[in-house]
Ligand binder design. Structure first.
Ligand code: F6P
Length: 349
């Protein structure tokens, strides 16, 4: 039976990380385990940086955003002797098990370490993007959607007062989950996502038809990963800093909102403004729904450790928390199904 459990948070931070840490630690401490936080994601295992997670450390963290143990986008497979260092530090710290809380990158490393080196790891699915397979929802997503929806509500009143088009750029990387859900909830007039690349011309037509019906303001939600798509078939990716990629090869996205707003203003003649929500979507306190989901995931992860079910991940199927193989979560991105986009599309224009 495992006696010392490490907990690690990797990738972009996300509301609910502390709720998972608390749940893993509470249940494991109750069972007499020692719980250790690995600092700054995989970086902490490459460098050997740990801190104790006792009752005092986890007290009061449930509603706190961010992660008390820090995070990073370090990929040990991309650092020289990185994997070797991870294995050595796991052994030196006498960790019998590791709970890795992260998205496709962090969990991809966890799955590989388990498959290649039998590292006793279990996963917890985290990301505001909700793009992980094998789970219906990730924690953090509900908070991001809530923040984006509130922003859309606020933009409605100022758009209406000035008869403007408001473009709202939301996160989500290469999937449009945040855009679709916040757009439906906020009553967006057009939503542009990577999975269903509506053209710029169609977007402008929707706005014109709306204005033709006497609605002289519009809200357009665009997902950061949407490529400007034209009727001619041309597609144009807009990246924040095209040269900037992390150790997992992801480009830094951002900027499509500006480009789209320019296109809309030029083509329709309607005054257009843009709001980029950015990291506001990731900061601050998790919603109650995310706190509950994160807590249930954390308890399940602690149970998987206790049962020695390594190479597995806690997942949400319907309303049940279940265990799925880690590799199933990272095999492909979970994109927005057409049915969800149809719900949004019913209110376009
Ligand atoms: O994956 C979460 C996410 O917030 C994406 O939506 C976004 O593209 C990316 O992380 C931003 O990363 P960073 O915090 O490194 O700028």
């Amino acid at each position: 039976m495992a006696r010392r459990v490490g907990v690690l948070t990797g990738g972009g931070d996300c509301p609910g990380l502390n709720a998972v840490i608390r749940a893993v630690a509470r249940r494991s401490l109750d069972r007499g385990y020692t719980v250790v936080g690995v600092q700054a994601g995989w970086r902490g295992l490459v460098d050997g940086r740990f801190r104790d997670l006792g009752p005092r450390e986890i007290s009061g963290i449930l509603p706190r955003g961010g992660t008390i143990i820090g995070t990073s986008r370090t990929n040990p497979y991309k650092s020289e002797r990185g994997v070797e260092a991870v294995l050595r530090h796991l052994e030196e710290a006498h960790l019998d098990a590791l709970v890795a809380i992260g998205g496709e990158d962090t969990l991809g490393v966890a799955a590989r370490l388990h498959a290649e080196h039998e590292v006793p790891v279990v996963g917890v699915p985290k990301t505001i993007d909700n793009d992980l397979s094998a789970t219906d929802y990730t924690f953090g997503f509900d908070t991001a959607v809530t923040i984006a929806t509130e922003a859309i509500d606020r933009l409605h009143t100022t758009a209406e007062s000035h008869n403007r088009v408001m473009v709202v750029e939301v996160m989500g990387r290469h999937t449009g989950w945040i855009a679709v859900m916040s757009g439906i909830a906020g009553g967006a007039d057009v939503i542009l996502i990577p999975e269903q690349p509506m053209t710029v011309e169609e977007c402008c037509d929707e706005i014109r038809s709306r204005h033709g019906r006497g609605k002289d303001f519009s809200i357009v939600v665009v997902s950061e990963g949407y490529e400007l798509t034209y009727a001619s078939g041309e597609r144009q990716a807009v990246a924040g800093e095209p040269a900037a990629t992390d150790q997992f090869g992801h480009v830094r996205l951002g900027g499509v909102g500006d480009a789209l707003a320019r296109e809309i203003e030029t083509r329709t003649g309607y005054e257009t403004r843009v709001t980029v929500l950015g990291h506001v979507q990731r900061g601050g306190s998790p919603t109650p729904r995310d706190r509950v989901l994160a807590t249930r995931f954390g308890l399940k992860a602690a149970d998987l450790v206790h049962e020695g079910q390594f190479g597995m991940m806690a997942a949400l199927h319907g309303d049940e928390i279940v265990a799925v193989p880690l590799r199933d979560a990272v095999v492909e991105l979970k994109t927005v199904p057409p049915g969800w986009y149809d719900v949004a599309r019913a209110f376009f224009g």
